[in-house]
Write a protein that binds this ligand. Structure first.
Ligand code: ATR
Length: 293
């Protein structure tokens, strides 16, 4: 610790990391990593980097020369980056996307911590729940759904039910994760949004769509056939208590909000870049939520 680090002044040896996105201005990651940097009095900075899609490869390859330890990636860079880094972790390859890049002696390592963040958030928010307990119903078929589907299969979910407005996208997702499901003996089903009874007998319901987010249409789903013992979670964190979570809570379900996934997915990157495994605390949650305005 020194006075400069405490007051946010950087030395010439400051450790650097950041987030590349386009746009990147809305990202809460600088606030989140900034909290941990101050908490641990680290001489370092985590900065937003607005990188146009066409400049991603150049920007990534400049990281070592700029002295960066690595970056997070957000929309629209997660999938293209897979082919731009020197190595990828097995989980990033399985998910087909990179959200965390670490500069190593052997070049750029691409990792994906979204699935880890999801599972860690459930472990913290619903410690009694186990993926192996029963089928999981997933709403959505985008990048977030793919990371969560892979994580649930890896954690022992016996069955995944994929539900999406555009059913062909759910079928495409089932095709992408089919081999992983077979390896683990997990059943995969694509069910219609209406009337498909994806919820009957399920032990988990996850919303991975943007429905219910501030400014987006509400998520309308009838929870009647969902067993009361099922856990309900949403990756939307603005608002924290989405309509889905409020409806589930009213029926007596355990619920986990979307903030935990955002916070926990950030931990492995912070550890790799700054050498400290940081904690997800109430004070961190309050600081990050304040950034939602
Ligand atoms: P991400 O990578 O964050 O998952 P994405 O790939 O844009 O983002 O996926 C967004 C998800 O929200 C999709 O499942 C999308 O459904 P479609 O595949 O049918 O587009 C879903 N979604 C977004 N707006 C929706 C709406 N108004 N009604 C139903 N689903 C919606």
């Amino acid at each position: 610790m020194n006075d400069d680090a405490m007051s946010g002044h950087l030395s010439g040896r400051a450790v650097l990391a950041g987030i590349m996105g386009w746009p990147v201005g809305h990202s809460l990651s600088p606030r989140l990593h900034g909290f941990w940097l101050r908490q641990h009095r680290i001489d370092g900075a985590y900065v937003p980097l607005a990188v146009e899609p066409g400049n991603l490869a150049q920007a990534l390859h400049a990281l070592p020369a700029l002295g960066f330890r690595g970056v997070n990636l957000t929309i629209p860079h997660k999938e293209p980056a897979l082919a731009m880094v020197d190595r990828v972790t097995p989980v990033a390859a399985r998910i087909g996307a990179v959200n965390t890049v670490v500069v190593t002696a052997d070049g750029l390592l691409g990792d994906n911590t979204d699935g880890y963040g999801f599972m860690a958030s459930l472990a913290a928010g619903a410690p009694g729940w186990r993926a192996a307990d029963g089928p999981a119903a997933l709403l959505g078929a985008g990048g977030a759904a793919r990371a969560i589907a892979v994580a649930l299969i890896d954690a022992g979910a016996p069955e995944l039910r994929l539900v999406n407005r555009t059913q062909e996208r759910a079928e495409a997702l089932a095709g992408q994760i089919g081999d992983i499901a077979r390896e683990h003996g997990a059943a995969l089903a694509v069910l219609p949004w209406q009337g498909g009874d994806a919820l009957a007998g399920a032990s988990l319901l996850v919303n991975t769509t943007s429905l219910g987010m501030t400014g987006q249409p509400p998520l309308e789903i009838d929870l009647q056939s969902l067993p009361r013992a099922a856990l309900v979670t949403d990756i939307v964190y603005s608002p924290l208590e989405t309509g889905l979570l409020a409806a589930a809570r009213a029926r007596g379900h355990a619920v986990v909000d979307g903030l935990g996934m955002l916070l926990h997915q950030a931990r492995p990157g912070f550890h790799a870049w700054f050498g400290v495994d940081p904690e997800v605390s109430e004070a961190l949650c309050a600081t990050v939520l304040a950034g939602l305005g």
